[in-house]
Design a protein around this ligand. Structure first.
Ligand code: HEM
Length: 131
């Protein structure tokens, strides 16, 4: 199924969509983090709970499609580093949105922004240590 999708869409299109969704996931996370810190009721809206998962799933699917296209191993090199960064981003993201206290939310936000910053740096440089 995924291979059929890859063969129908050019690599450039996959990459452009992936990049748009990469910025969208960060944007949607920052908005939800601010709502979490200000106890905004918007955070409880049904679409706010569903839409970010749609963005993240599509981001992941397009990333996997490109990795297959490039025959990259998911456990080695810069892609492995990116996936570890993604796990950290998800963990810190959950902490930001679910922590019962402000300190936990702020620690989660800082960790998530550092993790996603690392993911972007790895993506742009294709290097495990991009600094
Ligand atoms: C929060 C998660 C992610 C972010 C922010 C992100 C960000 C990016 C960005 C900005 C690029 C473009 C780099 C450039 O212009 O050269 C890129 C490329 C890429 N990403 Fe992601 N990505 C994420 C997740 C993933 C995942 C989960 C995978 C695979 C399982 C993946 C695989 C790739 C691949 C294969 C490329 C193409 C690199 C190339 O052309 O050399 N990404 N990513």
């Amino acid at each position: 199924m995924l291979r059929l999708f890859i063969s129908c869409v050019s690599f450039g299109t996959l990459k452009s969509l992936h990049i748009i969704l990469a910025y969208a996931t960060v944007g949607s996370f920052i908005v939800r983090a601010v709502w979490s810190l200000t106890d905004n009721e918007m955070l409880k809206a049904r679409w706010v709970k569903i839409a970010p998962h749609g963005i993240d799933t599509l981001l992941l699917v397009l990333g996997v499609a490109m990795a297959l296209n490039m025959s990259l191993s998911p456990v080695a090199g810069w892609l492995g580093a990116k996936l570890l960064g993604l796990l950290a981003y998800i963990g810190f993201g959950v902490l930001t949105l679910r922590s019962p206290n402000r300190t936990g939310k702020i620690a989660g936000l800082v960790g998530a922004l550092l993790s996603v910053g690392y993911i972007f740096a790895v993506a742009f440089t294709r290097s495990v240590w991009p600094f």
